[in-house]
Design a binder for this molecule. Structure first.
Ligand code: ADP
Length: 733
C-alpha cells in the first residue's frame, strides 16, 4: 500500500497504521551497483518511515560487501543520521560491486551478520543485478540458516525465529533500464545534467558552425539518449533498441547538409553508449565524427559525458520519487508474509506500486535478448508504451517530409500563448507547428496573446522557424495576461479574415520543478520561503517534499494559530539537536492574514536564542530560466497529441460538411494517471473552483501525510480521529 494511495480511506488511517506496527522488527537498507542521484532520498525515507512505525533500521554500508564483512559496516540508523542528505548526490552509505556475494559462502557470511542484529527485512536499492542477488539470497535463506545452525553459529531457536527474509527492491539506475517502472531513481537528474551540457554547448557553438556528437550513458538502454534528443531537438539520435536503417550514413549526411543550407549553425547528434546498427555492430561517437568529417568536411567535436551524468544534486522529481518509493518499501516489508514474493516498488502512472521482482528482472532481460537476436521492434515494445511513444514523437518532429509528399488539408490552424509565461511553452509551440505541418495544415502563429489576436498580429509559421525552441524559457510568441472577453468581436473578425479553422491555446501551465533550495550551513537557521501558484499549493507542497521542509502552508489545508504554534515549538525542539536547518514553505495565497511576514516574525520571535530566520519570496524566478527536461518533453508530447486531436476533429467536421459543431470541440488536454485525456471545457467547468482558480480535487494532496511523516522529528506519532495524520502537529520536520 502506498501512503498516497486511496487504499487508505480517511478515518481508517489510524487502524491502518496500527496494523502496520514495525515494533520488534529490524530493517536493513543498502545501496548496490552503480550509484544514482536520489538514492539518499530513498535511504532517508526508509530510515524515517521505519523509525516512524517503530522498527529498527540499520544502514548496511558499501552494498553487499558490507553485508558480507559485517562489523561496523552494519550500524543502526537514527532520525538525525539522515538529516540534510536529501539534496546530496550519490549515496552516503556507499555502494560497491561485490564478488563474494555471488558465492554461497559469501551469502552465508552475510546471513550470519544480519542475524546477529535480528535483521530479517531487507531493502535493496540498486539495478537489476543487485535485485537478482537479493532475490537469490531470499530463496536460499532457510538453507543458509540451517547451515549456520549445523555449524553452531546460531541456535535452533534462531532458525525458527528468523525463518523468513523479506526483500523489497527499489531501482536506482540513471539509465531507466528496468522494466515495470516508468522512472528509475536517478534518471531525471541524469537528464538534467545532459540538458545542462547541451544548453552550454549550444551557447558556445552559436559562434561557430559546428557539429556536436554527444555520447550519453546507456550501454543497453537508449532512454537517456532518446529523451535528451527530444528535449533538445537533436538532429539525429542513435539507440541500441532502434538501430538506424541501412544506408543511414548517407541519410544522416543529407539531413545535416539540409540543415546547414537553412542557416542552422549547429548540428547535434546524440549517441547512446551502447548504440548499434542493424547487424549489432557498435556505432561509436568517433565513427560518426569520422563520417561527418570525411563526407561533409564539417568542424565536428565529440563530447563524452561519462560520470558527469551521475553527479550533482538530485532533481526535485528524483527526490520525490525516491521518498515515495522508500515509504512504500517499508510498508511492503511490514505487510510481507512468508508467501509474499520479493517485490520491487515502482512508479506506474504517478502511483507507487509493487510488482514481483523476478518478473521485472525477467522482462528487463528479455529486452536485451530481443536486441541480441535483432528483434528490434520487440525490443522497443518491451521497453514499454512510453518509450515507443517518445521514439515516435522524436521521429515526427525531427524529420520533415518534402512538401510534395504531404497531402494538404487546406485548413488553417493557429497557435497562441496565453497567461503567464511558463517554461516548456516554446517546446509546445514547436511541436504543434511541426505536427500540424506534417498533418498538412497551414500553421499560423498569434503573437502577444489575445491582445495581439484582436489586433491581427498573426503570421504563418514554418518548420524551420521553430528550430531550437525546445530549450528556450519564457514565451517566444509573447503572451499577455489579458482575458479575451472584451475583444471577442475583434477576435472573431480576425478568425474570419485569416480563415482560422482551429485554434490551439497553450497556457496555464505551471512549471513543475523550478523550486530549489540550498539552505544548508553551519548556523541554526530557519528559511521561510514563499512560493507562487495562486491558491494552488502544488509548488509549496511538492517543493516541501523535495526539499525536506518542516512545514508547507497551503490554502487547501486550512491552518490556524495552534498549528503555527506547534510548528514553531517543534522546530525549536528539533533545532536543539544536531539538526541545524529548518525550512518552511508558504504558498502565496494560503492565508490572507498569516502572511509570509507574519510567519517570519513569529518564527523569529519564538526562535530567539535557538535559531535565526531568513525569508525569501521566490516570485518570478520560478517562471524563469531554461525549462527542465520534463517540461520540454511534457510540452512537446502534449502539444503533439493536441495537434493530432485537432487534425482528427477537422477531418470529422469536413466529413459532415460543417465545422466544429460538437459539444466536445473545445477541450483541455491533460494527463490523469497514465492517460492523456481530452476533457470538454463544459465538463471541466464543473470540476473547477473558479473563485480560487484551482481544481476541486487535487491528486497531490494525498502526498501531504508523506511529507509530514518524513519531516517529523519525534518518533511517537499520533493520528487524529479524522484520520488526518498529525493534524495536531501538522508538520513537520
Ligand atoms: P546493478 O545492480 O547496477 O545491475 P551489478 O550487476 O554490478 O549492478 O550488481 C551489483 C552487485 O549485486 C554485484 O556486485 C553482486 O554483489 C550482486 N549481484 C549481482 N548479480 C548477482 C547474482 N546473480 N547473484 C548474487 N549476487 C549478485
Amino acid at each position: 500500500m502506498d501512503v498516497d494511495d486511496s487504499r487508505a480511506p480517511k478515518g481508517s488511517l489510524r487502524k491502518f497504521l496500527e496494523h502496520l506496527s514495525g515494533a520488534g522488527k529490524a530493517i536493513g537498507v543498502l545501496t548496490s551497483g552503480g550509484d544514482a542521484q536520489g538514492m539518499n532520498a530513498a535511504v532517508r525515507a526508509v530510515v524515517r518511515m521505519g523509525i516512524y512505525v517503530g522498527a529498527k533500521v540499520y544502514f548496511i554500508y558499501e552494498g553487499y560487501q558490507g553485508m558480507v564483512d559485517g562489523g561496523s559496516n552494519i550500524a543502526e540508523a537514527d532520525w538525525e543520521s539522515v538529516s540534510s542528505i536529501l539534496q546530496v548526490g550519490g549515496t552516503i552509505i556507499g555502494s560497491a560491486r561485490c564478488q563474494a556475494f555471488r558465492t554461497r559462502e559469501g551469502r552465508l557470511k552475510a546471513a550470519c551478520n544480519l542475524l546477529q542484529r535480528g535483521i530479517t527485512n531487507l531493502c535493496v536499492i540498486g539495478g537489476d543485478g543487485s535485485l537478482t542477488g537479493a532475490n537469490l539470497f531470499r530463496k536460499e535463506w532457510s538453507g543458509l540458516l540451517e547451515e549456520l545452525a549445523r555449524n553452531s553459529q546460531i541456535d535452533k531457536e534462531a532458525v525458527q525465529k528468523y525463518a523468513y527474509l523479506n526483500v523489497v527492491g527499489m531501482v536506482g539506475s540513471i539509465d531507466n533500464d528496468f522494466c515495470g517502472t516508468d522512472m528509475t531513481i536517478g534518471t531525471d537528474s541524469a537528464l538534467h545534467r545532459i540538458i545542462e551540457v547541451v544548453d552550454a554547448i549550444m551557447t558556445t557553438a552559436q559562434s561557430h558552425q559546428r557539429t556536436f556528437v554527444l555520447e550519453v550513458m546507456g550501454r543497453h538502454c537508449g532512454y537517456l539518449a532518446l529523451v535528451s534528443a527530444l528535449a533538445c531537438g537533436a538532429d539525429w539520435v542513435f539507440l541500441p533498441e532502434s538501430p538506424p536503417e541501412e544506408g543511414w550514413e548517407e541519410q544522416m549526411c543529407v539531413k545535416l547538409s539540409e540543415n546547414r543550407a537553412r542557416k542552422k549553425r549547429l548540428n547535434i547528434i546524440i549517441v547512446a553508449e551502447g548504440a548499434i546498427d542493424t547487424q549489432n555492430k557498435p556505432i561509436t561517437s568517433e565513427k560518426i565524427k569520422e563520417l561527418v568529417v570525411t563526407q561533409l568536411g564539417y568542424d565536428t567535436r565529440v563530447t563524452i559525458l561519462g560520470h558527469v551524468q551521475r553527479g550533482g544534486t538530485p532533481s526535485a522529481f528524483d527526490r520525490i520519487l525516491a521518498s515515495r518509493m522508500g515509504v512504500e518499501a517499508v510498508i511492503a516489508l511490514l505487510e510481507a508474509t512468508p508467501d509474499t514474493p520479493a517485490c520491487v516498488v515502482s512508479l506506474n502512472g504517478n502511483h507507487a506500486v509493487r510488482l514481483p521482482l523476478m518478473e521485472c528482472v525477467q522482462m528487463t532481460q528479455d529486452v536485451q535478448k530481443a536486441m541480441d537476436e535483432r528483434r528490434f521492434q520487440d525490443a522497443v515494445r518491451l521497453r514499454g508504451r512510453s518509450f515507443a511513444g517518445n521514439l515516435n514523437t522524436y521521429k515526427r518532429l525531427a524529420i520533415k517530409l518534402p512538401d510534395d509528399q504531404i497531402p494538404k488539408t487546406n485548413c488553417n490552424v493557429a497557435v497562441i500563448n496565453v497567461g503567464a509565461p511558463a517554461a516548456g511553452m516554446n517546446a509546445a509551440v514547436r511541436s504543434a507547428v511541426r505536427v500540424g505541418i506534417a498533418d498538412g495544415h497551414r500553421m499560423l502563429a498569434i503573437y502577444d496573446g489575445f491582445d495581439g489576436f484582436a489586433k491581427g498580429q498573426i503570421k504563418e509559421i514554418g518548420w524551420t522557424d521553430v528550430g531550437g525552441w525546445t530549450g528556450q524559457g519564457g514565451s517566444i510568441l509573447g503572451t499577455k495576461r489579458v482575458l479575451p472577453g472584451k475583444y471577442l468581436e475583434e477576435i472573431a473578425t480576425q478568425m474570419r479574415t485569416h480563415s482560422i479553422n482551429a485554434l490551439l491555446i497553450i497556457g496555464g501551465f505551471e512549471t513543475c520543478d523550478r523550486i530549489k533550495q540550498s539552505a544548508s550551513g553551519t548556523k541554526r537557521r530557519v528559511f521561510i520561503i514563499e512560493t507562487m501558484g495562486g491558491y494552488c499549493g502544488y509548488l509549496a507542497n511538492m517543493g516541501g517534499l523535495a526539499a525536506g521542509a518542516d512545514a508547507a502552508y497551503i490554502f487547501e489545508e486550512p491552518f490556524d494559530i495552534r498549528d503555527l504554534q506547534s510548528n514553531v515549538e517543534h522546530l525549536t525542539e528539533k533545532m536543539k539537536t544536531t539538526i541545524q536547518r529548518g525550512l518552511v514553505l508558504r504558498n502565496e495565497s494560503c492565508s490572507e492574514n498569516y502572511t509570509t511576514d507574519f510567519i517570519y516574525q513569529l518564527y523569529s520571535e519564538e526562535g530567539k536564542g535557538v535559531f535565526d530566520c531568513r525569508k525569501n519570496v521566490l516570485g518570478h524566478m520560478q517562471q524563469g530560466g531554461a525549462p527542465s527536461p520534463f517540461d520540454r518533453n511534457f510540452g512537446t508530447k502534449i502539444s503533439a497529441r493536441a495537434m493530432e486531436w485537432i487534425t482528427a476533429k477537422l477531418k470529422e467536421a469536413r466529413g459532415r460538411g460543417k465545422k466544429f459543431t460538437t459539444d466536445d470541440s473545445v477541450c483541455v488536454l491533460g494527463i490523469s494517471k497514465r492517460n492523456v485525456i481530452f476533457q470538454p471545457v463544459a465538463e471541466l467547468k464543473k470540476q473547477t473552483d473558479f473563485e480560487h482558480r484551482i481544481p476541486k480535487e487535487q491528486w497531490w494532496l494525498k502526498l501531504r501525510p508523506l511529507m509530514k511523516i518524513l519531516a517529523k522529528y519525534k518518533a511517537s506519532y499520533d493520528v487524529s480521529d479524522s484520520g488526518q495524520l498529525e493534524h495536531v502537529q501538522p508538520w513537520s520536520v
